[in-house]
Write a protein that binds this ligand. Structure first.
Ligand SMILES: Nc1ncnc2c1ncn2[C@@H]1O[C@H](COP(=O)(O)OP(=O)(O)OP(=O)(O)O)[C@@H](O)[C@H]1O
Length: 309
């Protein structure tokens, strides 16, 4: 659905995107994550045909964005990170306005708009003026606006930013529904653990380059190639620490009040072997476990330069 090749965008002498390559398959929910200024909005604006790249190509549904912007616009619904809403409209009028601008006939809009309002939980706000809506409601209205022409691809730039936890959960539920409807979704966010629950794949961008991409689970497994093991011993912790330092696949061992922490690059079998050795040496192991990694850890690890795609 999205194919980006060698995409570069410079602003004067500053390079915001550097030979970016990225692909998102149809039906995928793709989480686009990266620190501030990494190039997420720039990429999304190019996909949305609102910004011209300096070089390289971006295709949406097979159409190159600079050559066939009209076709691309039909295929996409775009929700920018900053948006203005026309405050003098009522919610329902606002959606009619956008529907009409896409050439959707009145009769069709009369059917469609109540469905959209229901999807984004704004049915009871249909006759409220837009400026009386809360931020979360405005975000949801903006999402409904991006859906009026039933696009195949949704490009959502930080749809949950600035929302309180409850509003974020609501937004997440709506996105789940859209996923169930078969839409392809690219969504950027800093709120990584929340994204992990709903995305199929993540791409991590830093300094305008994709530094990791894959299924959430695969990326977590990559991290596990550098797992941290926690061992608690009844006694002899210091001695065990010395012993572990010389073991294979152990890059670092620390010892504190919580126990022994091992940076371990071995696989599952090698981990079993390590535990067996500790037991064979008679160390009184109370517990031996692997620190859980969540997407936030993965992100920090990757952007620290720990992993290459
Ligand atoms: N119009 C512009 N002129 C000059 N520099 C720009 C312009 N737009 C963006 N940039 C720069 O390009 C880089 C990438 O910006 P972009 O908005 O794509 O990042 P982002 O990943 O979306 O960040 P955030 O998470 O903060 O929204 C940033 O360093 C930004 O300052």
């Amino acid at each position: 659905m999205i194919e980006i090749k060698n995409l570069t965008k410079t602003y004067g002498s500053f390079t915001a995107l550097q030979s970016l390559d990225m692909q998102v398959d149809k039906g995928t929910v793709f989480g686009f994550v990266g620190p501030n200024g990494a190039g997420k909005s720039t990429t999304m604006s190019i996909l949305a045909t609102l910004l011209l790249p300096t070089s390289g190509t971006a295709r949406v549904g097979g159409y190159e964005v600079t050559q066939h912007p009209k076709e691309v616009r039909k295929l996409i619904g775009y929700m920018p990170d900053f948006f203005g809403v026309y405050d003098q409209f009522k919610t329902v009028e606002y959606l009619h306005f956008y529907g009409a601008s896409y050439g959707i006939p009145r009769a069709e809009r009369d059917k469609l708009i109540p469905q959209l309002l229901e999807l984004v939980n704004l049915t009871d706000k249909a006759d409220f003026y837009v400026d009386t809506l809360s931020r979360g409601m405005k975000q949801r209205l903006c999402l409904a606006r991006s859906l009026v022409h039933d696009p195949e691809l949704l490009i959502l730039d930080e749809p949950a930013s600035g929302l309180d936890p409850r509003a974020r959960i609501e937004m997440r539920e709506i996105l789940k529904e859209l996923k169930a409807m078969g839409k392809t979704i690219i969504i950027s966010s800093h709120i990584l653990p929340e994204l992990a629950e709903m995305v199929d794949e993540i791409g991590v961008i830093e300094h305008g380059q994709l530094i990791a991409k894959g299924r959430v689970q695969d990326i977590q497994n990559q991290i596990k190639a550098n797992r941290i093991l926690h061992v608690r011993l009844m006694e002899r912790s210091e001695e065990a620490t010395e012993f572990l330092r010389d073991e294979q696949h152990v890059s670092m061992v620390l010892h504190d009040a919580q126990g022994v922490h091992i940076h371990f690059s071995g696989n599952d079998e090698e981990q079993v072997h390590l535990l067996r050795k500790l037991m064979d040496k008679g160390y009184p192991v109370i517990s031996f476990n692997e620190a859980q990694t969540n997407l936030e850890d993965v992100f920090l690890e990757i952007t620290r330069g720990g992993i290459q795609p």
